[in-house]
Design a binder for this molecule. Structure first.
Ligand SMILES: [Zn+2]
Length: 346
């Protein structure tokens, strides 16, 4: 019996899995997202749907007999922070400098060591724990909202990431996350730079509308997505800690895309949302890892490239250390999606 058939046997879990309440509730935050605080499901830390599946015979195996998987991801929102600051200051002080005019190419800046072009450093750190990960890059046009770097200027960096066996995915812009033509343009732009196809996506700001976002991602030709999680809280948005094929309650059909649900974003834990100190943040994270390990599931982490300094870097390394100690398969979204498809776990 497939995952959907099993879940349909329990109407309450099926509604949770499909996120029925999000079809019905008009409540949205300032980024037009359905927030955890609007959800009637208050046990976000329990993957109820996955637990039910496991209890009813759903079994997953991973390469080399690993007990569970960790999907490591990085959204690259910016690479030129110091220059951006300069541009913003200029705008604030009335200078008529347009953002794009204040932007410099990587070639000019590379010699000065740009702090956020730290992909090699991140890969070195992950490699120490035999981990791989995904870097999701914006591929915006200079006139787009949120444009902060030109993807063409990162050709060298993207080549290195791919050559080393890490994944380059698409970080869909705010418009692209809800506009099919725009999403296709962004995907094409990125594919041109890497001279290869892109299979995975994460939406900027974790913008996500159930079920429309999945339909758009599928129509744009993406194989998997990892945007589905809450910004305002860590945990399991639809009770799943396994990748799954979404189901559209309006059309009554499955959507042909793999969702690898996002469980932990560092910005949720720290300053912006949950506002936890490092000890409490670790406590919450460790419990989530243990829960996913118990279900033989997949736990997805999002750590932005700007977080690889100080306490947050240490926190990330702690995650790697802990998961390595539990023999987890730590890898990219692409590899997990491929594994899921090959093993018929949808
Ligand atoms: Zn982003």
């Amino acid at each position: 019996m497939g995952m959907h058939e099993l879940l349909q046997k329990d109407p309450e879990l099926w509604d949770l899995f499909c996120r029925k309440e999000e079809y019905q509730s008009p409540l949205r935050d300032k980024h037009n997202r359905f927030p955890y605080y609007a959800s009637s499901c208050r046990d976000i830390f329990e993957p109820k749907a996955s637990e039910y599946l496991v209890k009813n015979g759903y079994k997953v195996e991973y390469p080399e007999g690993k007990p569970f998987a960790v999907c490591l991801t990085h959204d690259i929102d910016g690479v030129y922070e110091p220059v951006q600051d300069k541009a913003l200051r200029a705008l604030k002080h009335g200078a008529h400098a347009r953002f794009s005019e204040a932007y410099h190419s990587v070639k000019q800046m590379r010699s000065k060591k740009i702090p956020y072009v730290n992909f090699e450093d991140i890969m070195e750190l992950e490699d120490r724990y035999h981990a791989r990960s995904t870097f999701y890059f914006l591929a915006l046009d200079p006139k787009d909202q949120d444009f902060s770097y030109n993807i063409k200027d990162l050709e060298h960096e993207l080549g290195t990431i791919k050559d080393r066996g890490w994944e380059v995915g698409l970080h869909a812009g705010r418009k692209g996350s809800s506009d099919l033509d725009e999403l296709k343009n962004e995907k094409k732009r990125l594919e041109k730079v890497i001279n290869n196809s892109v299979s995975g996506c994460r939406n900027h700001y974790l913008k996500f509308v159930v079920p429309d976002s999945w339909e758009i991602l599928h129509a744009a030709g993406l194989s998997y997505d990892s945007s589905f999680g809450y910004a305002d809280c860590t945990g399991f948005r639809n009770g799943m800690c396994h990748p799954f094929q979404p189901f559209n309650l309006i059309t009554g059909k499955s959507i042909d895309i793999i969702e690898i649900p996002l469980v932990v974003m560092e910005d949720s834990l720290f300053d912006n949302y949950m506002r936890l100190g490092p000890d409490r943040a670790w406590e919450v994270t460790r419990k989530l890892i243990d829960t996913v390990a118990r279900c033989n599931g997949v736990i997805t982490f999002l750590f932005h490239n700007y977080s690889f300094v100080g306490e947050q870097r240490k926190f990330y390394e702690r995650v790697l250390q802990y998961c390595a100690g539990k023999e987890a398969w730590m890898t990219s979204g692409e590899r997990i999606a491929r594994w899921w498809k090959q093993n018929g776990k949808i």
